[in-house]
Design a binder for this molecule. Sequence first.
Ligand code: 5GP
Ligand code: MN
Length: 338
Amino acid sequence: MHSSQKLKLRKLLAKPQQIVIVTHWSPDGDAMGSSLGLYNYLLKKKHSVNVITPNDYPDFLHWMKGHKQVTDHLRKPAKAAALVRKATLIFCLDFNNLERIAELGMLVSANAAPKVLIDHHPQPSDFAQFSLHKTTASSTCELIFDFIEQMGDKKHIDKDIANCLYAGIMTDTGSFRFPSTSAKTHRIVASLIEAGATNAFVHQAIYDDSTEDRLRLLGFSLSEKLRVLPEFQTAYITLSEQEQSRFNYRKGDTEGLVNYCLAIRGIRFAAFFAERDGTVKTSFRSKGSFDVNAFARANFRGGGHRNAAGGSSDLSLEEAEKKFTGLLPRYKKELKKP
Ligand code: 5GP
Ligand code: MN
């Protein structure tokens, strides 16, 4: 953030504000960690604060302090609209375009209050007066840490804030293994642990909280549904509505499934397709230079980062799979590059 912007924002935050924090559709660990980390910090600064999500998020994120106060726009549209309408400052976290927050985006643009974008996705659109945007950051949570530090308030980071931020950094870096994990990431994590983050607790709360059904769906997906195409260094999994309901699918149950495809020797491109509420949700992951953000934007109405992206399709599951495998020959050369 420019120092003039920083000063202006500090001035704004010196007076109590009616703050709304919004984050992207189907919030993940980084979306909720950054939103609730910032929420708990701004509460300490005596603001009135509300977190609004476009829809709901998985149970394994419900331990975060402030979870019970979150308003889900899809479930409570009138309450969410009223909160956005009266906001005097709006924070937009972990997304780069108002389209990513669905109808909530219209409400946010309709309010002339200043907006603060804090995000690490490439190609941000220009809708915010204040912006802390860095594509080299491992996660939005890393940027929230920077933000609190820039506001001169590192001392305000307590155990609850630290655990939220730790969770987002941990999930967005694949537990500190993706190339986005930098020395700075580890320094921030060290500070968070010093501030009280209980790293083993956060790991268990997120990764060791599966139902038996979820684990069996993983087993079924890997043994019955995994397709490997060695000539394209590609592996993928598809799941129909019926297959998911066989295992009593709940939101979050297939999170991380796509990463297993990348664990196969020689595989550089992984995809996951699942029928959800009448559309096909897609996830893409890569290792090395292959740009899945570009692939998702060009072919599946999506976006994300170079090595992790998502999107959706109105085709049937079978047609989406066909489209995907049909596209691979076009990308054969790019897929060969390390
Ligand atoms: P996931 O596959 O875990 O849902 O998402 C991976 C990454 O892609 C995340 O950074 C997420 O923000 C982004 N992403 C997922 N779905 C979409 C989408 O429909 N549109 C855009 N622009 N980005 C997406
Ligand atoms: Mn993120």
